[in-house]
Design a protein around this ligand. Structure first.
Ligand code: NDP
Length: 266
């Protein structure tokens, strides 16, 4: 059997940890495959590029997750529902699409117990799949976003939504930074006055940004809250993608320790 080749498609893609994560798991599990990265500029050419490169599967990152949804022949029910795909596997010439970001995120926050209400700071692409899965699991999700435009689809979908101007402070068990504030700057994701009104009442605070302590996490620590960054979310979406890539030959717990080694590198 020919060696299976996998890749990540995105733009930009040079920063991605996915090749390291998946190649460590392939090596550790003696799975005859390799994983590379491909700068995909035009999402419309995703399917054509996939087959031209002779790939068995891909992960798809910003800005092509919706294009990936449209490129698939078969969608799993959750990906179908949210319209966002980050993992594609080829089987018998057909492209099967999955979303592993959302279940990865769900697993990452599972350590926080007795959580019923969740405040999302931000309403971008990452919030879309994660808010949907949290609601399916019975959490009450409220979204607070800097600008109004992105909130429209959430409002239409029945979520409670606020801008900074309309926000009325309530108690939320979990407060999550879903924005890119703090990624390449030192900004908080919302005015400090708002954060000072919600963080002290929260049981825990989570940031989807990984590899650094953001101003948001620093503030949460100032209030002595349990915190976690986005590393586990990244790891778990990768482990779940690997389960699909390997056609479920390995379990989550078999894959995880090898992939986790990628986080020992900087
Ligand atoms: P999008 O570009 O789709 O959305 C960005 C969101 O951040 C919007 O709600 C935007 O608000 C808000 N925002 C940006 N800058 C600020 C700011 N200075 N103050 C307040 N709000 C701000 O991004 P994604 O959803 O794709 O990504 C969001 C974050 O998630 C990123 O930091 C990314 O690195 C991280 N991520 C982590 C993953 C992981 O595995 N750990 C996986 C995927 C993403 P507005 O609508 O007003 O512009």
């Amino acid at each position: 059997m020919a060696k299976e080749i996998f890749a990540i498609f995105g733009n930009p893609v040079s920063h991605s940890k996915s090749p390291l994560m998946h190649n460590l798991a392939f090596a550790g599990l003696n799975y005859d495959a390799c994983y590379t990265r491909h700068l995909l500029e035009d999402g419309q050419r995703l399917k054509e590029t996939f087959f031209n490169l002779g790939l068995k599967g891909v992960n798809v990152t910003v800005p092509h997750k919706e294009a990936a949804f449209h490129a698939c022949d078969v969608l799993d029910p959750f990906a179908q529902k949210i319209g966002v795909v980050n993992t594609i596997v080829e089987r018998d010439g057909l492209l099967y699409g999955y979303n592993t970001d959302a279940p990865g995120f769900l697993k990452a926050i599972a350590e926080f117990k007795e959580i019923k209400t969740v405040l999302f700071l931000g309403a971008g692409g990452t919030a879309q799949s994660t808010s949907s899965i949290l609601r399916e699991e019975g959490y009450k999700v409220t979204l607070l976003n800097r600008s109004e435009g992105r909130l429209d689809k959430y409002k239409a979908d029945g979520f409670e939504t606020y801008t900074f101007e309309t926000f009325k402070s309530q108690t939320y068990d979990l407060v999550i930074n879903m924005t890119s504030a703090g990624l390449e700057d030192d900004l908080l994701p919302a005015p400090k006055k708002i954060l000072d009104s919600v963080i002290p009442h929260a049981k825990a605070c989570v940031d989807v940004i990984y590899g650094k302590e953001t101003p948001f996490l620093k503030l949460a620590k100032h209030y002595h809250k349990p915190t976690k960054d986005g590393s586990d979310m990244l790891l778990y979406q990768g482990v779940i993608a690997f389960e699909h890539f390997s056609n479920y030959r390995y379990t989550f717990n078999q894959i995880k320790p090898y992939m986790q080694k990628a986080f020992d590198f900087n």
